[in-house]
Design a protein around this ligand. Structure first.
Ligand code: KIV
Ligand code: ZN
Length: 511
């Protein structure tokens, strides 16, 4: 059995299926570049047939990344596979991941197909995918609730048809570690041609067991795990890449395999995904949460200072903590700025966009003397956001607050290049700002979430605001950053409104 554990990251596909987590093409490319730097083996870049935007995003990731295999998801349908194949045409190393459901409930209620038809369609899909690439993955969707004899049958047939990876999804997060591990072992043992494919685990976190189930699968022969940064994904999410990778690495006494991951990029990947999607990382989240390596109780601190291993099982710096050096300041030049951003995986497609980002950097450096990587990430997110589909732009904002008085916000927006002004008066400065802005747009929106966090330390830090809006049943997140949190709030709200206006229909692979 190989001692290499393949890391298949699906942040850009399954992660993006999380309501409100949709990403633009440029955001996907930025995340993919960090994943490549981290030495992720396979990056699932999207579901190419979902929309023109999804197709172009898969293509853009495939063009930008050279060292990781790029994968597109495809249902077991000719048109899906052809679209995936086309999107991956110029890729160094391409994989098509095709799937069809195999549980009784999915076959009956969703597909309305017999088991024989499902096997036939799965085989046909794998054969068609092999016309585009030798690297084909097949997933029996809802394997976690499928009949094992039927799973053996469909897996054997798809390996015969040319599948090189067999992924076992616990689609609804129903499995329990010892049982999922036993299923993995049994499938590998029972399927006669199992030695011709790598077996993979794809777990959802509905019972909080995605990482545990994946680790159990690894202990029982899986040599690929599908995961996402910060555990992003539908409902309770997917297996968290950082937790999985660090568990295997920290417990090499238990696992007889390891990943190629360069874990020092984990924290920056986590922050980037959080800032792009607006999904905040909880402080007590393992590995990447703000408290993950913070020792508060005096006794712990004393122990750690005397001998680190008394209370620490991993070194914070090994996953990218403390790498947060002061990188640039007021006097840094354009080249230093460009080089540092390239190190963070950000490249500019034109001199104009570099100049625009540099101008914003100088403005920020005037307000905030110490500029950290996180500030640069926030600044680039904003620059890229504004470059796309912006029909609403913030021209100016004036807010008056006085203890005991109502707050007044006056906003000037450019809506489709026409300046418009509105004023609102309410008990809160943010509320007044949002009311003024929404009075200038003519569609219904419900604010579902509002949160502020500081990007770095100190009272002069950039404040990052996340808002979540609901419009006609669609969930949309917006982010904004500024040293002034009311301005950051206005930017976040406007960002979400622009996304509402630009939203297009896209197919969901599993519905
Ligand atoms: O959870 C799932 O079953 C999936 C498949 C498409 C692999 O994401
Ligand atoms: Zn999934």
């Amino acid at each position: 059995m190989s001692d290499k554990l393949i890391i298949f990251d699906t942040t850009l596909r399954d992660g993006e299926q999380s309501p409100g987590a949709s990403m633009t093409k440029d955001e996907k490319v930025r995340i993919a570049k960090v994943l490549e730097k981290m030495k992720v083996d396979v990056i699932e870049a999207g579901f190419a047939i979902a929309s023109v935007g999804d197709f172009e995003a898969v293509q853009a990731v495939a063009n930008a990344v050279k060292d990781s295999t790029i994968c597109s998801l495809a249902r077991a349908l000719d048109k899906d596979i052809d679209r995936a194949g086309e999107a991956l045409k110029n890729t160094n190393s391409a994989r098509i991941h095709t799937f069809i459901a195999t549980s009784d409930i999915h076959m009956k209620m969703k597909l309305n197909m017999t088991p024989d038809q499902v096997v036939e369609q799965a085989v046909r899909a794998v054969k068609r995918a092999r016309q585009y690439t030798d690297n084909v993955e097949f997933s029996p969707e809802d394997a976690g609730r499928s009949d094992e004899d039927f799973l053996c049958r469909v897996i054997e047939a798809t390996i015969d048809a040319g599948a090189t990876t067999i992924n076992i999804p616990d689609t609804v997060g129903y499995n329990i570690p010892h049982q999922f591990g036993a299923t993995m072992k049994s499938l590998i043992g029972r399927v006669p041609n199992s030695d011709k494919a790598i077996f993979s685990a794809h777990c959802h976190n509905d019972l909080g067991l995605a990482v545990a189930n994946s680790l159990s699968a690894v202990l029982n022969g899986a040599r690929q795990v599908e995961c996402t940064i910060n555990g992003l994904g539908e409902r309770a999410g997917n297996t968290s890449l950082e937790e999985l990778v660090m568990a295997v690495r920290t417990r090499q006494d238990v696992f007889d395999c390891d990943t190629n991951i360069d874990a020092t990029h984990i924290l920056s990947a986590s922050r980037l995904v959080s800032s792009v999607t607006g999904f905040i990382v909880q402080p007590n989240k393992a590995i990447v949460g703000a408290n993950a390596f913070a020792h508060e109780a005096g006794i712990h601190q004393d122990g750690v200072l005397k001998h680190r291993e008394t209370y620490e099982i991993m070194r914070a710096e090994d996953v990218g903590w403390n790498a947060n050096q002061l990188v640039l300041g007021k006097h840094s030049g354009r080249n230093a700025f460009k080089v540092r951003l390239a190190e963070l995986g950000v490249e500019f497609d034109s001199e104009e966009s570099l100049n625009d980002a540099f101008r914003r950097f100088k403005e920020l450096a005037d307000k905030k003397h110490e500029i950290f990587d996180e500030d640069l990430q926030a600044l680039v997110s904003e620059t890229q956001t504004e470059a796309i589909n912006e029909s609403i732009k913030l021209v100016s904002l004036k807010v008056c607050t006085e203890t005991g008085e109502e707050n007044t916000a006056t906003v000037v927006l450019s809506v489709d290049d026409k300046e418009q002004t509105a004023t609102a008066k309410t008990s809160g400065a943010v509320d007044a700002t949002f009311s003024a802005i929404s009075s200038l747009v003519d569609f219904e929106i419900n604010l579902q979430l509002y949160s502020v966090s500081n990007v770095t330390q100190g009272t002069d830090a950039l404040g990052e605001v996340n808002v979540r809006l609901e419009h006609n049943g669609r969930i949309i997140n917006g982010q904004g950053a500024d040293t002034d949190i009311i301005t950051a709030s206005a930017k976040a709200y406007i960002h979400a409104l622009n996304k509402v206006m630009a939203a297009t229909d896209r197919a969901h692979p599993q519905v």
